[in-house]
Design a protein around this ligand. Sequence first.
Ligand SMILES: *Cc1c(COP(=O)(O)O)cnc(C)c1O
Length: 388
Amino acid sequence: METAVIHGSYDTKEHLGSLTVPIFQTSTFTFDSAEQGEKCFSGEEEGYIYSRLGNPTVQVLADKIAELEEAEAGLAFGSGMAAVSAVLMSLTKSGDHILCSQGVYGCTFGLLTFMREKYHITHDFIAMETEEEIERHLRKETACIYVETPINPTMKLIDLERVANVAKNRGIPVIVDNTFSSPYLQKPLALGCDIVIHSATKYIGGHGDVIGGLAAGGRETMKRIAKTTLKDVGGVMSPFDAWLLLRGLKTLPIRMDRHCENAIYMMEKLKAHPAVKQVFYPGDQEGNDYTTMKKQMRKGGGLLSFEVHGSKAQAQQLLNQLSFIKIAVSLGDAETLIQHPATMTHSAVPEQKRQEMGISDQLVRLSVGLEAKEDIWNDLKQALDQLQ
Ligand SMILES: *Cc1c(COP(=O)(O)O)cnc(C)c1O
């Protein structure tokens, strides 16, 4: 993988020896003749036509995510949500049902609500803790299963092999939002799932300077999405953003190793601090999901969440007292970022539902960055010390 992120899906010889992928900053492509144009449109001849239908820079990134996720084909989108919406809209029609993991990204929750109200595509959220439970919630109208693991922001895991087993028997595709793990830590297709989605904005880009989305899966499915909900709905990625993401990808493995190393250190320190009530991290040996983590992830990841003693006031006070750790949503950047889910990423979720999901007012989420771990901890510690 360390080699594939650097050399995969790109041949310098095809591009005048250019070491890095050239940015094809063009909206359209010229034809040699009217007849060649006709052949490109009919599919008789391969060739670029117009950048919403395909662009060479974007294509390298799409091929690369397919290679990294062990998929037949990949696609790039203008944002993670463009990828989520294109995949879900392509796989469903009016009257269908989507079975979802308990807890999905806020805007995915919004999209599902919108699809139910406008297109009569219903959904259920379930814990997916046993095969029997998943089976019980499948209907004849269930068009796909949609899973996030680790779940944001509680860091609970779902056993992907378990979900894939049930789905295989029924021929239902399983979609996994793999944003929190990146292909370096988790490969859902190798575990039997069918489609992987990424908000490339996060770990894949890794530098907080681009919004983008990716999907990977079977060739026919990807082709269908490319020709309908990507091309005709139009949420495409720009060549420059693809280039930034290709640049970010080269360091994905070494960044992820460091994110994980720093996150484990924070988990240990946080667990021992008297102002902290509880820490949630998939790589915690004492946690509920450690066995599942070992089974399907290389390491525990760079995100953790924790509850402070007290109430919302203490959680907000903690954020306000930090020095270099930044208060921001998003994740996977070089900078350590902290946010308060109840009033930020999950503020649109009704209070009652939030409680069910385990998102208390004292919960904060930390995206552990690449800074020296002692410095990150010292900043957290001085802010926590003031809470007592
Ligand atoms: C950020 C995020 C998204 C949405 O991605 P954008 O690039 O912001 O559109 C989807 N899923 C998860 C898990 C995310 O963290």
